[in-house]
Design a protein. Structure first.
Length: 147
């Protein structure tokens, strides 16, 4: 049963993504959506719930660069995976049918940009130069660096 306090449009949006993700997730985890020729592909990101700690998975489009996965959303704080990353930044993700582990840094509108020390050099320079200005346009980004 859904809460009447949640607007109908938000419930429809959440149900749409839940249905889409249930179809796409197994395909991406098996290796579909990964390209050996382009640095852009589909990943399945697994976060730990911000309150429950239970694993949650979501397929996302990512740009893979210098060993890091760059993901973004216009939904910002409405995206549960963004909320989860702010509380628990240690994640797993699947790309090309393989599991990877990493630590996420969230770049969000109105927030202080996270420290990027410890990231590979080219990924750090890219994140520091491009992501803070892009958050001014309302985008939210996460950069997942390997652990």
């Amino acid at each position: 049963m859904t809460s009447p306090a949640v607007p109908r449009a938000a419930r429809v949006e959440a149900e749409f993504f839940r249905t889409l993700n249930a179809f796409v997730e197994p395909l991406v985890m098996s290796g579909c959506g990964a390209s050996p020729f382009w640095p852009i592909g589909l990943i399945v990101l697994e976060t730990a719930g911000g309150r429950s700690g239970r694993p949650r998975r979501v397929p996302l489009v990512a740009t893979l660069f210098d060993g890091c996965a760059f993901v973004s959303t216009l939904r910002g704080a409405r995206s549960r995976w963004v909320q989860d990353l702010r509380v628990r930044p240690e994640v797993r993700y699947w790309y090309g049918g393989r599991e990877h582990r990493g630590r996420a840094r969230v770049f969000a509108p109105g927030a202080v940009p996270p420290a990027t020390g410890g990231m590979p050099p080219s990924a750090r320079m890219t994140a520091d130069a491009l992501l803070p200005p892009a958050t001014l346009l309302g985008w939210t980004f996460a950069v997942i660096s390997p652990t």
